[in-house]
Design a protein around this ligand. Structure first.
Ligand SMILES: [Zn+2]
Length: 565
C-alpha cells in the first residue's frame, strides 16, 4: 500500500534544492502551502510544514524555507497558520445523487405556518425548469396554529401551474397541490388503497393530504428526472462534500443514466471531486449489459467506473440483516436475503472476469459469511489478476470469519459513524455475545485487513470529521456514552485517518496516486483548521475545513465559500 515512486526529491538538501530551482521555470510550483502541520501518512517523511504543488501533482514536501523558494512568480501562496494538512480525505461509501436530491428538495423542517411553506414553494417554483415538480420534506402541522392537517389550496395558489409534493416530517403523509393530484388522476371517486388513506373534506373531495400507502398514488405520477436534474443533484451534493473536506467519493451504486450525467459533468469540467463509481447490481438488476461495457479509469482526471455493487442482505434497524441465529429481540426471525448466495457468487465471478471489482453490502454475521464463501468460489473460478473484493458495511461479523477476510484479500469498507448512530438499539437486535462483533474495526485492523472508511451519506452526515470522531471515541456528537460504546473497538486517530486516506485509496486502486502526501502523487489535500492530534477528541467534529484541494485545484475554501469549478 505504501509503495510508490520518488521522482526528483527536491528537498533532500538545501544545496540540491537551490540547484533544482536554478534549472528553470519548469520546476517552479504554482501553489504552495506554508506554515502548516502536514501529516503525510508517508513513512519516509511522516510530518512536514509545507507542500509545493505543480499542475495536478505534488512537487515537494518539506520545511517552509525550502518550499517557499519553489514558488514561481505567479504562484498562489497559502499561509496555513498551523492548520493541519492531510492527504485528501475519501468517502469510500456514499450516495451522491440521494444527497443531492435531499439538498434540492425544499427543507421544511421547522416551518412555523402554512403561509411560510407556501412562500417557500412559490420561490422555488419560480426557479425550476418547465414541468419539474416542487418537492420538499419536513413539514409538521403540530408546529402551526390550529395543528390541523393543511389542504391543497395554499399550495395551489403558490404554484397554480406546477405540481407540488411535500413529505411530512415522519414520511407517513404527504401534501399535494391541485396540479399534482390532477397529474395522478386522483378524484373523489379514487378509493383509498390498502394501507393508505386519502384525506377528504365534508363533501368527499380529496383535500391534498395522502397518508401512508396513499402517498404512492401521487408519488408514482412524478416524471422521471431529466439528465439536467440528475446533473444538478450530483453537483449540489459534490459541492457539499467538497465543503466537508472530501476529495473523492466512492458512489455506491449508479445506473447508466447517472453514469452519463457524471460523464457530462466531467466533460464540462464541472466535477470538483474525483468519483469512483459502482454499477448498481442490487436485487433484480441484470448486470450482464453493465459489465459488458469496459471499465474506465480516471476519465477527465476525475471519473472511474470499475466496480459493481451487490447486496446480500438488508439492514439491522429493520431486522433485514441475515444472521445464523434469531434476532435477540425478535425470536424466529433471522433476516432476509436480498440476493441468493448463488447469485452473489455468479455475479461476482462474472464481474471479476470482466475486470470489475466487486463490492457487496453484507451486514449480519451470516450475510457476511455467505459473501466471503461466494467470493472464495468466484475468485477460484475467475482467477482475476488484482481483484480486491470489498464487503460494504460489515456491521456484525463473527470473530472466526475475520481471518478469512485477510486470507482472501477482502477489503472492509466500514462507516465509523454508523456505530454511534445505531448504538442505542444495535445490541438489542443481536444480544451481548454477537454484539462483540458490532462495527468491529479493531478486529479488522488487528487481523491486517485493509479498512476503507466512509459515511453512507445521506444516511449519516457526509462530514468525515464526524466519522473520525466516532472512530476514535465510539461516542456520538453529544459525547455519549462516557468512555465510548464498546471502547475495545476504538481506533487511534492515525488509524482512522489512514482508513479515510490510504485505505480508501487502496480500495479504489489509487494507492500509487493518492492516500499519502509525497512528490509525484496527485495534489489532493484536505486542510483542517486545527491539528486534530492537539485538540480534545470532543472537538474533532467542529474542527472545521479550511481548504479542499483536488488535483492542485482549490475546490473549496472557507473564507470565500466558493471556487468550485
Ligand atoms: Zn449505502
Amino acid at each position: 500500500m505504501t509503495r510508490g515512486s520518488w521522482p526528483c526529491l527536491l528537498f533532500a538538501t538545501p544545496l540540491l534544492l537551490g540547484a533544482c530551482v536554478a534549472r528553470g521555470p519548469e520546476m517552479a510550483a504554482d501553489l504552495v502551502l506554508l506554515g502548516g502541520t502536514v501529516v503525510t501518512e508517508d513513512p519516509a517523511r511522516p510530518q512536514a510544514e509545507a507542500v509545493a504543488v505543480r499542475g495536478d501533482s505534488i512537487l515537494a514536501v518539506g520545511a517552509d524555507h525550502d518550499i517557499a523558494r519553489l514558488a514561481g512568480p505567479a504562484a498562489r501562496r497559502i499561509e496555513l497558520h498551523g492548520a493541519m494538512v492531510v492527504p485528501g480525505l475519501i468517502d469510500a461509501h456514499g450516495h451522491v445523487r440521494s444527497l443531492g436530491d435531499e439538498i434540492a428538495n425544499l427543507d421544511l423542517h421547522g416551518a412555523a405556518s402554512v403561509e411560510e411553506v407556501a412562500r417557500q414553494v412559490k420561490e422555488r417554483a419560480a426557479r425550476l425548469p418547465p414541468g419539474a415538480w416542487v418537492t420538499g420534506h419536513g413539514w409538521d402541522q403540530n408546529l402551526w396554529p390550529g395543528r390541523t392537517f393543511p389542504d391543497h389550496r395554499p399550495l395551489t395558489e403558490a404554484s397554480p401551474d406546477r405540481a407540488v409534493w411535500l413529505r411530512r416530517v415522519d414520511g407517513h403523509a404527504s401534501w399535494a397541490n391541485r396540479v399534482a393530484m390532477q397529474a395522478a388522476g386522483v378524484t373523489r371517486s379514487t378509493p383509498d388503497p390498502p394501507g393508505g388513506r386519502i384525506v377528504r373534506d365534508a363533501r368527499g373531495e380529496p383535500t391534498g393530504v395522502f397518508v401512508d400507502n396513499a402517498q404512492n398514488l401521487v408519488a408514482a405520477a412524478r416524471p422521471p428526472a431529466t439528465r439536467d436534474q440528475i446533473k444538478e443533484s450530483l453537483r449540489l451534493a459534490l459541492e457539499r462534500c467538497a465543503a466537508a473536506g472530501l476529495t473523492e467519493i466512492h458512489d455506491a451504486s449508479v445506473g447508466p443514466e447517472v453514469v452519463e450525467a457524471y460523464r457530462d459533468l466531467a466533460d464540462a469540467g464541472r466535477l470538483p471531486l474525483r468519483v469512483y463509481l459502482m454499477w448498481d447490481g442490487i436485487g433484480d438488476a441484470r448486470i450482464e449489459p453493465l459489465v459488458e461495457q469496459p471499465p474506465f479509469v480516471n476519465y477527465r482526471n476525475r471519473l472511474t467506473l470499475r466496480a459493481v455493487k451487490l447486496m446480500i442482505d438488508g439492514a439491522m434497524g429493520s431486522r433485514g440483516a441475515v444472521f445464523e441465529d434469531d434476532y435477540a429481540d425478535d425470536r424466529g426471525n433471522r433476516g432476509l436475503l436480498v440476493t441468493p448466495p448463488e447469485e452473489i457468487e455468479r455475479r461476482a465471478e462474472l464481474s471479476m472476469r470482466k475486470g470489475y471489482q466487486v463490492c457487496t453490502h453484507a451486514i449480519g454475521d451470516r450475510g457476511i459469511r455467505l459473501t466471503i464463501d461466494a467470493y472464495e468460489k468466484a475468485l477460484a473460478a475467475a482467477r482475476p489478476r488484482d481483484p480486491r473484493p470489498r464487503i460494504e458495511h460489515l456491521q456484525c461479523v463473527a470473530a472466526r470469519d475475520v481471518p478469512r477476510l485477510k486470507t482472501l484479500g477482502i477489503i472492509a469498507s466500514m462507516q465509523p459513524s454508523h456505530a454511534t448512530s445505531d448504538m442505542d438499539w444495535a445490541e438489542d437486535r443481536v444480544g451481548a455475545e454477537r454484539g462483540k462483533g458490532l462495527y468491529a474495526w479493531r478486529w479488522v485492523l488487528d487481523a491486517g485487513v485493509v479498512l476503507a472508511a466512509g459515511s453512507d451519506f445521506p444516511v449519516d452526515p457526509e462530514r468525515p470529521l464526524v466519522g473520525i470522531h466516532s472512530g476514535v471515541t465510539r461516542q456520538d456528537l453529544k459525547n455519549r456514552p462516557a468512555g465510548g460504546w464498546h471502547p475495545e473497538q476504538k481506533m487511534t486517530l492515525d488509524e482512522v485517518l489512514r482508513a479515510y486516506t490510504a485505505g480508501a485509496a487502496y480500495a479504489a486502486y489509487e494507492e500509487d496516486r493518492k492516500g499519502r502526501i509525497a512528490p509525484g502523487l496527485w495534489a489532493d489535500l484536505t486542510v483542517i483548521s486545527k491539528d486534530l492530534r492537539a485538540i480534545p477528541a470532543a472537538d474533532i467534529p467542529g474542527a472545521g475545513i479550511e481548504y479542499t484541494i483536488v488535483g492542485g485545484t482549490v475546490v473549496y475554501e472557507k473564507r470565500q465559500e466558493a471556487a468550485v469549478p
